[in-house]
Design a protein around this ligand. Structure first.
Ligand SMILES: Nc1ncnc2c1ncn2[C@@H]1O[C@H](COP(=O)(O)O)[C@@H](OP(=O)(O)O)[C@H]1O
Ligand SMILES: [Mg+2]
Length: 254
């Protein structure tokens, strides 16, 4: 069967769903625990995604957390940026806050992003974004933050917004939480890679959210070094306050 007739958005959702199902199966059936379970999940999800991409899009380049990088992607027009298991720690702890990320970058821009949250039986796509729910103005603002390694910049942003902290695993789950109206912002600094944010950022942008580096500059993908250490994703009206709080904290020294 020729597969080029499967549209990119349909394919990305199929990939994320398939990897998610495989991850749930590994967790149910492998008998592994802890780090071994996380490693088995990373490998199994990578295998599913790599096989489906090779079958359906053999001419596209791929940047994955779980595969050796290749300079081929730097001259390619189309690059799939994937994180087979974002939130490996939470996956291995039996929690639901982990995700599968599938993004497509074309000629300089993210054009598609799918985030599956298999523990909630959820697949979110930039090709089909529901409206961000309205905020309850009487409730405090909520700031999503890493459960395991919250960056130092969290506290000044929390203070500036007088926000509640909402610790959770996975960059994808945190960014999706902003789009789902579960939190109002996610701020991260100090280390991350393109695959941690590409798919959820594409989804967040399609939902009309603010996405940027913590100095307010654009998040750029398919760079020669995939290190992309910080980001802000928030309701657009909050962006000026959040970026000002970060700038005060860093004293413009990033
Ligand atoms: N300081 C750091 N350096 C490198 N990667 C980081 C990082 N902080 C968070 N990450 C990555 O960002 C993702 C979300 O982290 P967290 O849940 O702590 O917010 C995780 O991806 P993986 O699970 O794909 O490795 C984690 O490894
Ligand atoms: Mg990740």
């Amino acid at each position: 069967m020729a597969h080029q007739d499967v549209a990119d958005a349909e394919l990305a959702a199929l990939l994320a769903r398939a990897a998610g199902a495989e991850l749930l199966r590994v967790r149910r059936e492998s008998g592994l625990e802890g780090k071994e379970l996380g490693n088995a999940g990373d490998a199994a999800a990578q295998e599913v995604l790599a096989a489906l991409l090779a079958e359906h899009r053999p001419h596209d380049a791929v940047l994955s957390e779980e595969a050796k990088d290749s300079a081929v992607r730097l001259s390619a027009d189309r690059v799939w940026i994937i994180d087979p298991l974002d939130g490996t720690r939470e996956f291995s702890e039996g929690r639901a806050d982990w995700a599968v990320h599938v993004a497509l970058w074309e000629k300089g821009e993210l054009t598609l992003g799918v985030v599956a949250i298999p523990g909630e039986d959820l697949v979110l796509s930039s090709a089909d974004t529901p409206e961000v729910p309205a905020r309850d103005e009487s409730a405090p603002l909520r700031l999503a933050v890493s459960r395991s390694r919250p960056p130092a910049v969290t506290e000044p942003v929390r203070a500036a917004l007088d926000a509640e902290l909402m610790p959770m695993g996975s960059a994808g789950v945190k960014i999706a939480a902003v789009a789902r109206g579960q939190v109002d912002a996610y701020v991260h600094a100090g280390g991350q890679y393109e695959w941690d944010s590409a798919a959820p950022v594409a989804f967040a942008r399609a939902a009309g959210l603010h996405t940027s580096r913590i100095d307010g500059s654009a998040l750029v993908y398919n760079g020669s070094d995939p290190y992309l250490p910080d980001l802000v994703v928030c309701r657009p009206d909050l962006a000026p306050r959040i970026l000002a709080a970060i700038s005060d904290y860093t004293d413009g020294d990033l």
